[in-house]
Write a protein that binds this ligand. Structure first.
Ligand SMILES: Cc1cc2nc3c(=O)[nH]c(=O)nc-3n(C[C@H](O)[C@H](O)[C@H](O)COP(=O)(O)OP(=O)(O)OC[C@H]3O[C@@H](n4cnc5c(N)ncnc54)[C@H](O)[C@@H]3O)c2cc1C
Length: 359
């Protein structure tokens, strides 16, 4: 068992963490957008654990957590499924997805199909040498700005969730109608909206593969690697809290000298380090081609819940300042709440874990 990082892992982490300025193009240059994509398609060719370290570094270095989340949705639920399941012509999009020329989005959730992805109503009906897509996707991260969508539709209504197919659809395809960004609690650096398919005709070559297989593959990587963003964010937040309590005085003493304050920070650290171990183990299992459903579900639960509790603790440690928007503390709480929902809610992670335990 080895807990240390290699020189290459440490160097990559430091380069991304200390990049200073971050925008979409810069994330492409830094190798974040294509971290897990094979080198021959323009990516970095990293495994799950190394990819998680990339996102952890970006989560620490970039204060716009929504931007890094947008990069995660782009990589794990759009570019990676194309790299894994795509045809040769679909894979031609990968270099531009890796360098940031193209933005990807994943359109699965519908008004009546959120946790229950077996209830999709979007249909893809065979016609000539292609399919006609009809349906509404209700929550698409990067949706208002994406160039490429990976989406899912029912092709065999009698086969339940196995009767869905994944498609790659380009912006500009007639019948693909996307909304303006809608307002949301956090992750404001990531524009999200609806995407509707109205008699949207796509060619045979838009087919990515069996919807269930394609989606579960992307979700496994998201649950493990994407949540590393929150490890980096928590590292940064805990360091900031330590600086604050060592500086601020009340009752003539530094806050850090009050045991309930220092205990709170120790508990923040304990939650973070426990969650980190689970996340690294889940990524390691993916890299071993091991069954990673249980470790990824446990990791997603632990990291997302730690992120919310640590952000709440930070607000309390900063007091009234923690509640004020200009201090930059409360936004961590707003950014963390989404983690309880996307990539499968906490209830769904518990359900997956229970099934894996034979319950
Ligand atoms: C920040 C953010 C980004 C997102 N990005 C995307 C994206 O890019 N693409 C995309 O397709 N979707 C995206 N989503 C949507 C997300 O995947 C769904 O919100 C999520 O799957 C839950 O579905 P729902 O909102 O319909 O809630 P529902 O499924 O209606 O769930 C509501 C509540 O009921 C509980 N529940 C439901 N079923 C069960 C059950 N069987 N057992 C126990 N409890 C249950 C849930 O846990 C939850 O607490 C995003 C969501 C957020 C918040």
């Amino acid at each position: 068992m080895e807990f240390g990082q290699t020189v290459a892992q440490r160097d990559r982490y430091q380069t991304i963490r200390d990049a200073g300025e971050y925008d979409w193009q810069r994330l492409g240059e830094l190798g974040v957008l294509g971290a897990a994509i094979p080198v021959e398609h323009g990516g970095q060719g990293l495994g799950a654990l190394d990819t998680a370290l990339v996102f952890e570094a970006a989560g620490y270095g970039c204060h716009d957590t929504g931007l890094i989340f947008a990069a995660g949705a782009h990589l794990f639920a759009t570019a990676l499924p194309i790299a894994e399941f795509g045809s040769d012509s679909q894979k031609k999009k990968l270099p531009a997805l890796c360098d940031g020329t193209l933005i990807g989005a994943n359109a699965m959730t519908e008004p009546d199909a959120g946790s229950d992805i077996g209830a999709l109503k979007t249909t893809a009906v065979r016609k000539d040498d292609g399919y006609v897509l009809n349906g509404m996707k209700s929550f698409v991260s990067n949706g208002p700005i994406a160039d490429v969508y990976v989406t899912y539709a029912v092709t065999d209504p009698n086969a339940g969730h196995l009767g869905t197919t994944g498609f790659v659809v380009d912006t500009g395809t007639p019948g693909l109608v996307r909304s303006e960004p809608f307002g949301k609690l956090g992750m404001n650096g990531c524009a999200a909206g609806t995407v509707e398919f109205r008699d949207c005709v796509v060619p045979d070559d838009a087919v990515l593969g069996n919807g269930s297989l394609v989606f579960q593959h992307g979700m496994l990587w998201e649950r493990a690697c994407l949540f590393a963003i929150y490890l980096g964010v928590q590292d940064r937040l805990i360091e900031r809290c330590i600086r604050h309590v060592k500086r601020r005085k009340q009752f003539g003493k530094r806050l850090s000298t009050f045991q309930s304050v220092s205990n709170r920070i120790v508990d923040m650290k304990l939650r973070l380090e426990s969650a980190r171990l689970l996340l690294y183990k889940a990524c390691w299992a993916i890299d071993q081609d091991d069954v990673a459903v249980l470790p990824a579900a446990l990791s997603k639960l632990a990291v997302s819940q730690a992120a919310v509790q640590t952000a709440l603790d930070a607000v309390e440690l900063f007091g009234g300042r923690g509640y004020q928007t200009d201090e930059g503390i409360e936004e961590h709480l707003r950014d963390a709440v989404g983690g309880l929902l996307f990539s499968g809610t906490s209830d769904i992670q518990r359900q997956l874990a229970a099934l894996e335990l034979g319950l």
